[in-house]
Design a binder for this molecule. Structure first.
Ligand code: ADE
Length: 262
């Protein structure tokens, strides 16, 4: 019998293929993800790609055809792993290959992936993965950003954490997920807690006014000002109602100055 706190089947099941399964131990066991897995909201199984290696030396890579530096990951271990895990390529879940050449991970893509019942994440190392893995297996190629990591494992951890937070039951306070940075296409407004004055910096008076309307307007203006200062690209489709600019006196161009008190 399952109680309310122990779902019969996880809302999201993730399989990961990597030659460094131990890489995932800390991130998947700690904090939010650890609890979500314990409670059965989330299943994550990390499979050692070398279990499907091509020889008894557990080889998974080879020199690139055409020459060049470094090694390339061979296609057979990935394809054989998927066939073993799902009984054929046709039955694999939505498959994401982590790669610097992929589409940049952002909150809309995170939300899209969170609607899937299952995901398969493919992690590469070395100079990359044989193109046939991209062609045969990857529904999506996803990059964390315009820089090169040592492999896809760190990116897979980031993706799992971001997606899991949107899975029902994983984050207790659903309002915090709805309000946070990017949920409304803007960066989050500044937050304050006690004490009211610290090292000469005051909590803006409006936040202590008890006027919920004024607080909401201040937060919206702060979000817009902060977004304009550090991520103006996010504002392109976010014209203010009635046109014209916002009257918010926001943070400085660095986006880090003391917040103006309202
Ligand atoms: N593997 C190496 N670099 C990467 C990146 N920037 N994003 C995703 N996977 C990667």
């Amino acid at each position: 019998m399952t109680s309310q706190h122990e779902p019969a089947a996880p809302a999201l099941a993730v399989d990961v293929l990597s030659i460094f399964p131990e890489y995932f131990t800390g991130p998947l066991d700690a904090s939010l993800l650890g609890k979500a897995r314990e409670r059965g909201h989330l299943r994550v199984d990390v499979h050692d790609l070398r279990d499907w290696s091509v020889d008894r030396h557990r080889t998974v890579d080879a020199e690139p055809y055409g020459g060049g530096a470094g090694m390339v990951m061979r296609p057979e271990p990935f394809v054989h792993a998927v066939e073993d895990l799902y009984g054929g390529l046709a039955h694999r879940p939505r498959t994401v290959l982590l790669s610097p050449r992929g589409r940049r991970l952002d909150q809309p893509l995170v939300a899209e992936l969170a609607r899937e019942p299952a995901l398969l994440l493919l992690c590469g190392r070395y100079e990359g993965i044989d193109e046939r893995v991209h062609r045969l297996l990857a529904h999506d190629e996803v990059s964390l950003g315009d820089y090169v990591l040592a492999g896809g494992e760190a990116a897979a951890c980031v993706l799992i954490e971001a997606v899991s937070r949107l899975v029902p039951g994983v984050v207790g306070n659903t309002a915090s997920v709805a309000e946070e940075s990017f949920a409304g296409g803007l960066l989050e407004h500044p937050q304050y807690t006690r004490p009211a004055r610290f090292r000469g910096l005051e909590v803006p008076a409006v936040l202590r006014s008890g006027d919920h309307g004024a607080v909401a307007r201040w937060r919206r203006a702060q979000s817009r000002a902060r977004t304009r200062a550090v991520r103006p690209d996010l504002l392109e489709d976010d014209a203010p109602p009635g046109g014209g600019g916002s009257s918010a006196s926001g943070p400085g161009a660095s986006g880090r100055g003391p917040d103006p008190s309202g």
